[in-house]
Ligand binder design. Structure first.
Ligand code: MN
Length: 320
């Protein structure tokens, strides 16, 4: 953290990026870092290949996040947030050569230390929680706008303080943010209670596919392109769908298989573990990764085949 703070003080032009398909931690942390750098009087921009999800547009400053690097902006330093590997940045990665100085700030245990400075804390609930510490280190006075961005990052990545990554420190930071003006009820309403009717209907369809495996220790659901088509919808967040199989009594590993909307032979797989199984290790068998209790991967094959392959690995991991 000290090296990152030093770079923040000494360098001048920064471009902030996070992973594709952004969620609360990546958007909230990006906004928080921009706020800190602007307070320090630096020149800074945020770019991301994908659009900001609807439920996060209430955050001040999201409208200034661009889909490409602004043409007249020549950053000397790249800040990569919440990405275990550099490729997770997506298309924007192509705008830069090897020369650029990279600050890699992340909390994934699978982080590959691709930066010139690597600040990785795998026991942090979120990058947002790390940024809170950084703001303190830099002596930044945390006002409501910054507090709201950091709170969003934490509350999303911990599943509303539900997941295993929620620590005493997480609650202490959240408590301080509340004392600085964050209203948890309003935040919860904005982030989690703006679901659309098609989204709920799509969830209903996914839930009808629920199946059990491995002595009922594995629960899995899937989502096909057909289901999307029936609802006539495009950009629906399905991030929370996996919480339903995960919440079944006795389930140790929950899986969510999702067909890519454009490419039928690309299957996104999400993993959740209640403890015994390291799903980061299982996902890494398929070129993915994440955290020990929450991970993901992408398989290039039909849905049924992907299910068979992943289930075989999870059964193996359960036996260990
Ligand atoms: Mn995160």
């Amino acid at each position: 953290m000290k090296k990152v703070a030093e770079a923040f003080r000494e360098r001048n032009n920064f471009l902030i990026m996070a992973h594709i398909n952004p969620e609360g931690d990546s958007i909230g942390s990006q906004l928080a870092v921009r706020h800190i750098l602007e307070t320090l009087g630096k020149s800074v921009a945020i770019a991301g290949q994908d659009v900001v999800p609807e439920n996060l547009k209430f955050l001040p400053g999201t409208q200034e996040i661009t889909r490409d690097v602004p043409e007249d902006f020549h950053p000397e330093t790249l800040i990569i947030l919440d990405c275990p590997v550099l490729e997770r940045v997506g298309r924007i990665r192509g705008a830069f050569d090897e020369e650029h100085f990279i600050l890699n700030i992340d909390h994934h245990v699978s982080n590959e230390y691709f930066g010139d400075v690597n600040w990785v804390e795998s026991d942090a609930s979120s990058v947002g929680e790390m940024i809170f510490g950084l703001a303190r280190e830099l002596g930044i006075k945390i006002k409501e706008e910054l507090a709201v961005s950091i709170y969003t990052a934490i509350v999303t990545d911990t599943g509303m303080f539900n997941y295993d990554n929620t620590s005493q420190r997480t609650h202490e930071v959240a408590g301080e943010l509340i004392s600085l003006g964050v209203n948890p009820r309003l935040m919860h309403g904005e982030i989690f209670e703006k679901k659309t009717i098609p989204e709920i209907k799509l969830l209903g369809k996914a839930l009808t596919t629920l199946r059990m495996d491995g002595d009922e220790k594995i629960a899995y659901i899937n989502l096909t392109r057909e289901m999307y088509r029936e609802e006539g919808i495009e950009n629906i967040s399905t991030d929370t769908f996996i919480n339903f199989p995960r919440s079944i009594k006795g389930v140790e590993v929950a899986l969510f298989f999702k067909e890519n909307k454009e490419r039928p032979l690309k299957i996104n797989v999400s993993f959740r573990s209640s403890g015994g199984v390291d799903v980061n290790a299982v996902a890494s068998c398929f070129g993915g990764g994440g955290h020990p209790r929450a991970a993901g991967c992408v398989l290039d094959m039909p849905l049924a085949e992907a299910q068979e392959k992943v289930l075989a690995e999870v059964r193996k991991a359960l036996k260990k």
